[in-house]
Write a protein that binds this ligand. Structure first.
Ligand code: NAP
Length: 250
């Protein structure tokens, strides 16, 4: 059965790049009006322009998801433009510094928790009331495989992603009878600009961690996201779904 979102308005954070851009493009292709949000307006505008050039409806929004008032404003602008909020993807995220826990930079901790955890909470905090007002909807939080296993030298990222999985379970339970489903996705390493700083040896090492023998693509994460947002996932809420090429099966 084909997934369609005609008549629905979506907000995707961090959608100017990588996984978020692939999700925004796929949602628009499936008929949704898409608010494309990123910290950099030009990146959001480029993705929105691709959508409108293909005949879709898109709104480019800039903002920092780690600032509560900005997320409140993003939701309000999306509702004003799209007539409601039906689909929300809390995707914006950063990698943060690489260091063991005992040496981890304090400002790096605050930054990663601010974007990767607080940003998701603010999305839920302001998105859920808007979704209730629209008569219901579906939310996907982009966590990571590092929402269920550790990764040396990434304590803030691992802690934030584990917390996103917990937050997803809580929100999923709370709104299960009110027409809002909330799920999390755990991608393994996905070939996006987030990994752009890696040298070839580091990339090959990361690839070797995946039984599939490669990293994933943003489109493979988008496919699972669209399924979870769709009515085909009508009995799926409060849960965490891997797209990891076998990474966590080892
Ligand atoms: P990406 O290509 O770097 O895209 C993320 C986008 O979010 C970037 O445009 C980024 O801008 C933006 N952003 C950063 N901070 C923001 C903020 N405070 N407010 C709004 N937007 C902000 O990364 P990606 O790989 O697509 O990652 C997307 C999500 O998937 C993240 O939550 C990430 O943790 C998760 N994930 C990624 C992987 C992977 O291997 N790539 C694996 C598992 C999970 P800047 O470029 O300026 O930072």
């Amino acid at each position: 059965m084909q997934i369609t979102f005609h008549g629905k308005t979506a907000l995707v954070t961090g959608a100017g790049s990588g996984i978020g851009a692939a999700i925004a493009l796929a949602l628009a292709k499936a008929g949704a009006r898409v608010a494309v949000q990123d910290i950099a307006l030009d990146k959001a505008q480029a993705v929105a322009a691709t959508i409108t050039a293909a005949g879709g409806a898109a709104l480019a929004l800039a903002g920092d998801v780690s600032v509560a008032a900005e997320v409140e404003g993003l939701v309000a602008k999306t509702v004003a433009w799209g007539g409601g909020l039906h689909l929300l993807v809390n995707n914006a995220g950063i990698g943060g510094p690489s260091a063991p826990t005992g040496d981890y930079p304090l400002d790096g901790w605050d930054k990663v928790i601010g974007v990767n955890l607080n940003g998701v909470f603010y999305g839920l905090r302001f998105g859920i009331p808007a979704m209730l007002a629209a008569g219901g909807g579906a939310i996907v939080n982009i966590a990571s495989i590092l929402g269920s296993v550790g990764f040396a030298n990434a304590p803030a990222y691992v802690a934030a992603k584990h917390a996103v999985v917990g937050l997803t379970k809580n929100a999923g339970m709370e709104y299960a009878t009110q027409g809002i489903r909330v799920n999390a996705i755990g991608p393994a390493f996905i070939d996006t600009p987030l990994l752009a700083g890696l040298d070839e040896a580091a990339r090959n090492w990361l690839i070797s961690l995946h039984p599939a023998g490669r990293m994933g693509t943003s489109e493979e994460v988008a496919a699972l996201t669209l399924f979870l947002l769709s009515d085909q996932a009508s009995f799926i809420t409060g849960s965490y779904h891997l797209v990891d090429g076998g990474y966590t099966a080892k």
